[in-house]
Design a protein around this ligand. Structure first.
Ligand code: F6P
Length: 528
């Protein structure tokens, strides 16, 4: 943010956009007409970068509006902020740290610790996949359980699912995140301790859910192995807290670092991505990194108007600021990307759910957006009714792949694409039904379409980095810190006292009536 502006709302561009947006709210406005008045609208409102095409032509603005949004980005210091991030400046102000996830995937000036860790990952991944690393009975590992939550789960789980076609099938990956005992128990029930590897993925190594699950998993293993040495064959840890991991019993040789300049929700490119590398192999993991690096270069080098993350960020800022859009639906027309919306939920909402700016002053405009969605076509049979005829204004990001990875299934892929394109068309043009208001579809609903050549590690890396940088640009314009998450601490703190009270100790915690009442019911219903 330029030093003159403490809020985007003070910029001239913001005030002009406020006024300009009104023309797109008028009863007589018709989004489809914008394609009739400018026959090159698609050409003007698409951006291509390698195998990704961003079609943002179905949005509620013209070139004039885009120009004002670009001016807003300039007035808010976006170019300088991009450089500050890539240069490792301490842009995570409240924790006084850089946010250098881009350094995890930059082959040129790689941090020696990063390249060393990638090398160690490669050695370990190859040993496991070749069967050279064996368990306490000498058998090869066939099941891997990742114990982690938030950024230590969502990214690895999403990428592993998305790239399932690149797995060689010799290893089964399991992701356990919840402290709900059923989550781990139902996973262990089908596993053999002799052939199972646990990954404790926790940057802090203090997250309750992961620590609880790690202890249960260790007990499960040792009950059968009857020898503490088995931990060295069946547990590795990815953490920034070596001391806690070694105290748990992790062999130092099985410790992989994730540094404090890597935010949890930005960490899948680090050793937190170990499950991905185990599933798809190190070469494919490096391709994922390369794809992300390609998007990093685009983000750093492209002019603002040609810059995919910048354009996507500005459109979300526009709808949040002037159309009261509380949420954005992410609808990947790819079943393998069904975990992308939950991943993007943390990336966006934990980064942008902030109420004070980087200087600690209350923000002057709404920030953040609720991110939700599922794979298409499923969403069409669930929540699309609200999108088409509801009273909520919900911009949609459609994501689709031109080619399927399912061999010989082009017909089905054509149906998938036809549905995707038809939904964004229907949202835009609607349908008049004079005399039958319940059938009327208003249209004029905006959407972006990200069309990608095919789902592979490189393209997925670019797609994820695109959204990381979109979130960053939104934070710069709103002048908030995208890289801390102080809001999650209170709940964790309170849970300690509630836990003590539930554990039947004669705690004298003075809870409110609701909390006391709920605790009482649990105790009663557990005595029945
Ligand atoms: O949700 C809070 C949070 O700190 C996330 O930012 C993080 O990804 C998650 O918990 C897990 O943290 P850790 O990797 O330290 O266990």
């Amino acid at each position: 943010m330029s030093s003159l502006m403490s809020s985007p709302t003070q910029t001239t561009a913001w005030k002009q956009l406020q006024k300009l947006s009104e023309e797109f709210k008028r009863e007589d406005f018709c989004l489809s007409d914008l394609f009739h008045t400018a026959d090159d609208r698609f050409e003007l409102f698409t951006l291509a970068h390698e195998n990704l095409l961003l079609d943002y032509s179905k949005n509620l603005l013209t070139e004039k509006g885009i120009g004002k949004l670009i001016k807003l980005a300039e007035d808010c210091g976006v170019p300088a902020a991009i450089e500050a991030m890539f240069n490792g400046e301490r842009i995570n102000h409240s924790e006084d740290r850089p946010a250098l996830h881009v350094g995890l995937r930059d082959p040129e000036c790689q941090n020696p610790a990063v390249s060393d860790t990638l090398g160690r990952m490669e050695t370990f991944v190859d040993a496991i996949r070749r069967g050279e690393w064996t368990g306490y009975t000498g058998k090869r590992i066939v099941d891997v359980v990742n114990l982690g939550i938030g950024g230590s789960d969502l990214g690895p789980a999403m990428v592993t699912e998305a790239l399932g076609d690149f797995a060689n099938g010799e290893l089964e990956l399991h992701f356990v995140s919840n402290v709900d005992p059923v989550h781990l128990e139902s996973t262990l029930a089908v596993l053999d301790p002799a052939t199972t590897l646990f990954i404790i993925a926790s940057k802090s190594f203090t997250t309750l859910e992961t620590y609880q699950n790690a202890n249960t998993a260790r007990e499960w293993l040792l009950q059968r192995a009857q020898n503490n040495a088995a931990i060295g064959r069946h547990f590795i840890a990815i953490t920034d807290n070596r001391a806690a991991a070694e105290e748990f019993g992790i062999d130092p040789a099985n410790l992989y670092p994730v540094w404090d300049w890597v935010g949890g929700r930005y960490s899948l490119w680090s050793a937190i991505g170990m499950p991905v590398a185990l599933a798809i192999g190190m070469a494919n993991f490096r391709a994922l990194l390369s794809g992300a690096h390609a998007m990093d270069r685009h983000f750093r080098e492209a002019d603002l108007q040609q810059n995919m993350p910048v354009i996507m960020a500005l459109l979300s800022i526009y709808y949040r600021g002037f159309f009261d859009a509380h949420s954005t639906a992410i609808v990947p027309y790819s079943q393998r990307l069904n975990l992308l919306p939950p991943y993007l939920q943390q990336l966006s909402m934990e980064s942008l759910g902030k109420r004070v700016d980087v200087m600690g002053k209350p923000v002057a405009t709404h920030t953040g957006e609720v991110i939700w969605g599922t794979a298409g076509t499923n969403g069409q049979h669930s929540y699309f009714q609200l999108l088409h005829q509801g009273t909520n204004f919900v911009p949609v990001d459609f994501i689709a792949f031109a080619r399927t990875t399912a061999v010989g299934k082009e017909l089905a892929q054509r149906h998938l694409l036809a549905n995707c394109f038809s939904q964004s068309l229907a949202l835009m043009q609607g349908r008049d039904e004079p005399g039958a208001p319940h059938k009327h579809v208003p249209g004029n609903k905006p959407s972006n379409t990200l069309l990608i050549s095919e789902l592979n590690p490189y393209n997925l890396g670019s797609l994820i980095a695109l959204y990381e940088h979109k979130v960053f640009v939104q934070s710069v314009i709103w002048d908030i810190n995208a890289f801390d998450q102080w809001g999650v601490e209170l709940g964790k703190l309170l849970s300690r006292d509630v836990f003590a009270s539930l554990a039947n100790d004669n705690s004298d915690h003075a809870f409110d009536d609701s909390t006391c009442g709920l605790i009482e019911f649990v105790k009663q219903w557990n005595q029945q």
